[in-house]
Design a protein around this ligand. Structure first.
Ligand code: GLU
Length: 322
């Protein structure tokens, strides 16, 4: 089927989207749906689509998995623009953001163990259920002797962001609508660099999205609850805030998010027919029905049809102006 480009949305001024997989396992039905959703959103806005490998958490990463994921994306016809970046090559940028925050006295070192945090919260009657995030009680907030420069990881400390009071963050998610979170009450001073010196996801993602000029973040709904923290960090660092769209998660029969832990099956890219089947399933999950995934269809033609279907779907349901 030939579809005119004119039926797409008008080009968004310098739309830049991205897919940011962690190389902890191959693409499965869930991560393919995120990759496809962000690719379709970028292409339907005639924008660019970048790929970033989030490989900071070394113990969870699997050697060679970055290349496997990139090969899977290519097999699915999800080609990216520009150079792929690896977070493990970005340490200077993270260090510089930490130094800026330190010179503004917005981060402080913390040596509390999990156990110490639990007992402090429990003595204040603020301990939450085990499956809930604990709000850091602020034990180390005032103990730091400030120096001119960010000290070199003093005796294995984590670094926490000192939240300003009353941080009620509001934003509109293009899929889930208006959102708000009180960071002080729900999260507390969160960690930006762990005690083992690994830069935390919240800081890395904000620095990288800004450095890559990302204007639209389209990713799985499991990350929706992180977004207020990221918007707060963008504000304190003086970075722009992108548009956000969180995609419904693919769940297993027990209602759990598909992941390596739940033994999610790698997508089959052995033939074009298998790829089309995986893409068709991902598209259905994203609410795109009626696409022709039949025999004789090429992956490129299918993706073009899906791009138009995505443009129509997001025109109907988007609460923000893309
Ligand atoms: N690396 C994260 C993941 O694989 C995605 C982070 C993001 O898109 O902000 O779940």
């Amino acid at each position: 089927m030939i579809l005119a480009v004119s039926s797409l949305k008008p080009p968004y001024p310098r739309y830049r989207g991205r897919f940011a997989p962690s190389p902890t396992g191959p693409l499965h039905a869930g991560s393919l749906a995120s990759a496809l959703g962000s690719w379709l959103d970028a292409r339907s806005n005639q924008g660019s689509w970048l790929v970033r490998i989030e490989d900071l958490d070394v113990p969870r990463c699997i050697a060679g998995m970055d290349q496997r994921i990139l090969a899977q994306l290519q097999a699915c016809g999800l080609f990216w623009d520009g150079e792929v970046i690896w977070q493990s090559h970005q340490s200077k940028a993270y260090q510089s953001a930490l130094e800026t925050l330190y010179s503004d006295r917005q981060i402080y070192p913390c040596r509390c163990s999990r156990q110490q945090i639990t007992s402090a919260l429990s003595s204040q009657g603020k301990l939450r259920a085990r499956n809930q995030e604990q709000v850091y009680p602020g034990t180390c907030r005032n103990g730091h002797v400030w120096q001119v420069q960010l000290p070199n990881n003093p005796s294995g400390s984590a670094w926490r962001l000192a939240l300003k009071p009353e941080q009620q963050i509001c934003f509109t998610d293009a899929e889930f609508g208006p959102q708000e979170q009180n960071l002080n009450g729900d999260v507390g001073d969160f960690v930006l660099r762990r005690a083992d010196d690994v830069v935390a996801y919240q800081l890395a993602v904000v620095v990288d999205d800004t450095q890559q000029g990302i204007t639209h973040i389209v990713r799985g709904a499991d990350l929706l609850s992180n977004t207020a923290r990221q918007i707060y960090l963008q504000r304190v660092l003086g970075y722009p805030t992108p548009h956000y769209r969180h995609l419904p998660l693919v769940l297993d029969p027990h209602g759990e998010k598909l992941s390596k832990q739940t033994q999610a099956i790698e997508i089959n890219t052995a033939s074009d027919a298998a790829v089309l089947q995986a893409l068709q399933a991902a598209a259905l999950h994203l609410g795109l029905s009626g696409l022709d995934g039949g025999q004789g269809q090429t992956i490129a033609a299918w993706l073009l049809e899906a791009t138009h279907a995505w443009a129509a779907r997001t025109k109907e349901c988007s609460p923000t102006q893309n």
